[in-house]
Design a protein around this ligand. Structure first.
Ligand code: NAP
Ligand code: 8YV
Length: 307
C-alpha cells in the first residue's frame, strides 16, 4: 500500500475512501522516505522545509481551490504534482459573496439585533438601509468564481466591471488600473488567488478610492487586503462597509474589526456547506486514487500541468 501523509483534518467520508488504498500517517509519526502522497488543505498547506525531505513524494492533493499554502513551483521542479478542487465550489463561494454584500447593504446584523434587543417595541421602526439594486460592482479577479459571482448578481441588475492582469473575453468593462476601478464602483468584490503576487493588492489607496459610500467584500484571501489600512478606513468613515470571509492571520481577527458596526464577518466559510465540502472532499480523494490507478491526476494546478 502507498504511504499517505495527512496534514490537517479530513472528513470521515474521505477517510473511508482512502483507508482501503493507503497507509495513512500523521505529521507526528511518519517515515519521510516512505511517503508518496500528501493530503492537505488550503490553510495548513505543506511546510516548505518538508518537501525536500520526502524523496519519493509524487502527489500533493489540496482540499480547496486556493493552494497558496503550498509552493507549487518548488513541487513542480521536483516532479511532484499538486492538485486542487476547482469549479465544484464556484456557486457556493459566489453565494457567500452575494450574502455578504446584501448583509452590508441591508444592515442585516443591526436589524437582527434591533428585534432581539426589544428596540423595535421600545423605539419604533429601525432606521432605513440602502438598496442593493442597480449598483456598480467591480470584481477583482474574474476567474471561475468571479464569473459565478457576476452571474449570481444578475437579479440585482448591476453594472459589472472587472480588473485582472489580462482582459477576458466577457461583456463587462475592463479596468487595467485597480484604483481607478475602485473609484468608479459602489462595491469591490475580491476573488483573486492569495500569495505574493496579490499581497495587499487592495491597498490604502484602493480603499480610499472606494470611498465613504463604498463596500468592500473579500472572499479571496486575507493577504489580498491591507487589513491595517482597512480597519483605519472603516473606523474613520473613509470606507463605508466591509463584508469579510477571510483575514490576514486566521483564525485571529483583530478586536478592532470585531468592534466595528459597519462590518459583517464570517469564519472563512465561503465553501463551508455540507454539499460543497462533500464535493471538494470527493475530488481531493479522486485525485489521489486516480494517481494510484493510472499515474495521472484529474485536476493539477497550472504550475504542474504537462508533467
Ligand atoms: P481562478 O479561476 O484562477 O481565477 C483567479 C482570477 O484572479 C483570474 O481571473 C486571474 O486573472 C485573477 N488574478 C490573478 N492574479 C491577479 C493579480 N495579481 N491581479 C489581478 N487579478 C489577478 O481562481 P478561482 O477558482 O476563481 O479562485 C480564486 C480564489 O478564491 C482562490 O485561489 C482562493 O484563494 C479563493 N477562494 C476562497 C474561498 C473562501 O472560502 N473564501 C473559497 C474558494 C476560493 P489574470 O490571471 O488575468 O490576472
Ligand atoms: C476552503 C478555500 O475553506 O478552496 C479554497 O481556496 O479557501 C476554501 O474552500 C479551504 O481551502 C479548506 O481547506
Amino acid at each position: 500500500m502507498p504511504d499517505l501523509l495527512q496534514i490537517g483534518g479530513i472528513t470521515e467520508a474521505m477517510r473511508q475512501r482512502l483507508d482501503p488504498v493507503f497507509d495513512i500517517h500523521q505529521l507526528s509519526d511518519f517515515d519521510p522516505g516512505a511517503i508518496t502522497h500528501i493530503i492537505t488543505n488550503g490553510h495548513d498547506g505543506v511546510p516548505p522545509e518538508l518537501i525536500p525531505r520526502l524523496n519519493n513524494l509524487k502527489v500533493i492533493s489540496v482540499y480547496g481551490v486556493g493552494y497558496d499554502a503550498v509552493d507549487a513551483s518548488a513541487a513542480a521542479q521536483r516532479d511532484i504534482v499538486v492538485t486542487h478542487t476547482p469549479d465544484v465550489l464556484n456557486l457556493e463561494v459566489a453565494t457567500t459573496a452575494v450574502l455578504l454584500m446584501l448583509a452590508c447593504y441591508r444592515d442585516l446584523l443591526r436589524d437582527d439585533a434591533y428585534v432581539r434587543s426589544g428596540s423595535w417595541e421600545a423605539e419604533g421602526n429601525a432606521p432605513l438601509t440602502r438598496s442593493a439594486d442597480n449598483q456598480k460592482i467591480g470584481i477583482l479577479g474574474l476567474g471561475r468564481i468571479g464569473q459565478a459571482i457576476a452571474d449570481k448578481l444578475a437579479p440585482w441588475n448591476p453594472e459589472i466591471v472587472y480588473h485582472t492582469r489580462r482582459p477576458k473575453d466577457v461583456p463587462y468593462r475592463y479596468f487595467d488600473d485597480l484604483a481607478k476601478m475602485a473609484a468608479y464602483v459602489d462595491v469591490l468584490i475580491c476573488i483573486t488567488p492569495g500569495g505574493t503576487g496579490t499581497r495587499h493588492l487592495v491597498s490604502a489607496k484602493v480603499i480610499e478610492a472606494l470611498g465613504p459610500s463604498g463596500t468592500l467584500i473579500n472572499v479571496s484571501r486575507g493577504s489580498v487586503v491591507d487589513e491595517v489600512a482597512l480597519i483605519h478606513a472603516l473606523q474613520s468613515g473613509q470606507l463605508g462597509w466591509a463584508g469579510l470571509d477571510v483575514f490576514e492571520n486566521e483564525p485571529h481577527v483583530p478586536q478592532a474589526l470585531r468592534d466595528l458596526p459597519n462590518v459583517v464577518l464570517l469564519p472563512h466559510a465561503g465553501s463551508a456547506t455540507e454539499e460543497t465540502r462533500a464535493a471538494m472532499g470527493n475530488l481531493t480523494v479522486d485525485n489521489l486514487l486516480q494517481h494510484v490507478k493510472s499515474g495521472e491526476v484529474l485536476t493539477p494546478v497550472p504550475e504542474c500541468r504537462d508533467q
